[in-house]
Design a protein around this ligand. Structure first.
Ligand code: ZN
Length: 132
């Protein structure tokens, strides 16, 4: 089993950061032919998801709809930090992924990419990886 932590710096309040190339590089560096990869995000206002990476408008639409459904400001929010929307969006996307490794590379659909989802940036963030 291999463990790894990657640090990333986000640049906007809300942003989907494509980390697919970083993840593929990590798998290659560990020389794992076949196995499982768990990705875990240890933050309450960020998440992780898989979706289309080929057309960048898909991630823009995803953020647009989340913003529309879950507004930044709402007088009914109880959380005093002012980032309730970020907590809710992070929960909707989730904080971990399990992916498969075959022939020393990730199994991903042709159009799929792995996105770190920032909802309360810009910040310094960490992503944990466990390879089996
Ligand atoms: Zn908060």
């Amino acid at each position: 089993m291999h463990r790894e932590i990657i640090a990333i710096k986000t640049r906007k309040r809300e942003e989907l950061v494509d980390i697919t190339a970083k993840v593929r590089e990590l798998i290659r560096s560990k020389d794992i032919e076949k196995g499982c990869l768990v990705i875990f995000v240890p933050h309450t206002t960020a998440g992780i998801t898989v979706n289309e990476g080929a057309d960048p408008t898909v991630k823009e639409d995803l953020l647009y709809v989340l913003r529309k459904l879950i507004p930044h400001r709402d007088s009914e929010y109880k959380h005093l930090e002012g980032n309730s929307d970020a907590h809710i969006k992070a929960s909707l996307l989730g904080s971990s992924l399990t992916l498969l490794i075959e022939n020393g590379d990730l199994i991903l659909g042709r159009w799929q990419a792995i996105f770190f989802a920032e909802f309360d940036g810009p910040r310094q963030r960490r992503i944990h990886f466990s390879l089996y």
